[in-house]
Design a protein around this ligand. Structure first.
Ligand code: PBG
Length: 341
């Protein structure tokens, strides 16, 4: 006996023609119904907007590989953040560049460096803006690697930790609310936490690039940040894209070492990793919608092969649906505007 027979047994004693008893389309009938029943919602307050700050003044130079993004000196970064704030963006992530590179990347912890200057200027102009700094050495080293390099060209883990901790400390000193180590050295979250606490910066949070993959999607960024490795690649420290269990291990280690927020990067080709980390850990999960993902959308839209606004919101919603609480994205400002419309 079918369900239908059971439900309408008395109906003239005959079997009714089949019709769907389950009609999911009822909730898709109007824009208001679809919005009412949406399982995932994007909001500008979950976006983190990356800014590329450089030494100098009065600079606002377009970045060729990242259409719509700029190299900004401190006061231009303030103007950009103020405009973003008006659109609903509450957090920025700063990347810097030094006047001069050296093998140890000492420019990363120069108290008068571009990042340190911009942090100060941003917090003075917008005290409630959440200012997060990328902590890494690759934009500051002559060889372009994220850590100290020894004679045979390998990246030395433990000697790098001290330099990273020093960098994080200088960002905290400048007034950063949060530091985000992106180097992928083992033990750096613990080393940074210890260094911050020792200087009274116990309230400065750590957003760890926990599952950061060695990815070809960073191409446009490396041009923007001028941080491409001068020899070899980053596969001895960044993760292999074939691995998911390893991401959980990295995330757990970072959480144990004191990471307040766990990041997965890139985002779009790693939605399963975002979902797994969300499931397994009890920290907020951030996903980095990286430069190559952004550039693909821009390039496709420029050719008229996709509708820019639609694909962007679909991508960002998918990243949130996978489990990201926070999304770091170059689309932040335009997406915030589109969401308001
Ligand atoms: C530096 C760093 C990179 C990115 C963020 N921090 C590049 C890299 O690891 O080579 C990539 C960001 C992007 O592609 O948008 N360690």
């Amino acid at each position: 006996m079918t369900e239908q027979d059971e439900e309408y047994p008395e109906l003239h004693g005959r079997i009714l023609p089949m019709f769907p008893e389950q009609r999911p389309r009822r909730l898709r009938r109007s824009e208001a119904l679809r919005a009412l029943t949406a399982e995932t919602r994007l909001h500008p307050q979950q976006f983190i907007y990356p800014l590329f700050v450089v030494p100098g003044s009065g600079l606002r130079e377009p970045i060729a590989s990242l259409p719509g993004q700029f190299h900004l000196s401190a006061e231009s970064a303030v103007a950009e953040a103020q405009a973003a704030w008006k659109e609903g963006i509450r957090a920025v992530l700063l990347f810097g560049e030094p006047e001069e590179k050296d093998p140890l990347g000492r420019g990363a912890f120069d108290p008068a460096g571009a990042v340190q200057e911009a942090v100060g200027a941003l917090k003075r102009a917008l005290p409630d803006l959440i200012v997060i700094t990328d902590v890494c050495l690759c934009a500051y080293t002559t060889h372009g690697h994220c850590g100290v390099v020894d004679e045979d060209g390998s990246i030395v883990n433990d000697a790098t930790l001290e330099l990273l901790a020093e960098t994080a400390r200088s960002h905290a000193e400048a007034g950063a609310d949060m530091v985000a180590p992106s180097d992928m050295m083992d033990g750096r979250v613990g080393a940074i936490r210890e260094a911050l606490d020792a200087e009274g910066h116990q309230d400065v949070a750590i957003m760890a690039y926990s599952a950061k993959y060695a990815s070809a999607f960073y191409g446009p960024f490396r041009e923007a940040a001028n941080c491409a490795p001068q020899f070899g690649d980053r596969r001895s420290y960044q993760m292999a894209y074939a691995n998911r269990r390893e991401a959980l291990r990295e995330a757990r280690l970072d959480a144990e070492e004191g990471a307040d927020i766990i990041m997965v990067k890139p985002a779009l080709a790693y939605l399963d990793v975002i979902a797994a980390v969300r499931e397994e850990l009890d920290r907020p999960v951030a996903a980095y919608n990286v430069s190559g993902e952004y550039a693909m959308v821009k390039a496709t839209a420029a050719r008229g092969w996709a509708e820019e606004r639609a694909v962007t919101l679909e991508i960002l919603t998918s990243i949130a649906r996978a489990g990201a609480d926070l999304i770091i994205t170059y689309h932040a400002r335009e997406a915030a505007r589109w969401l308001k419309e």
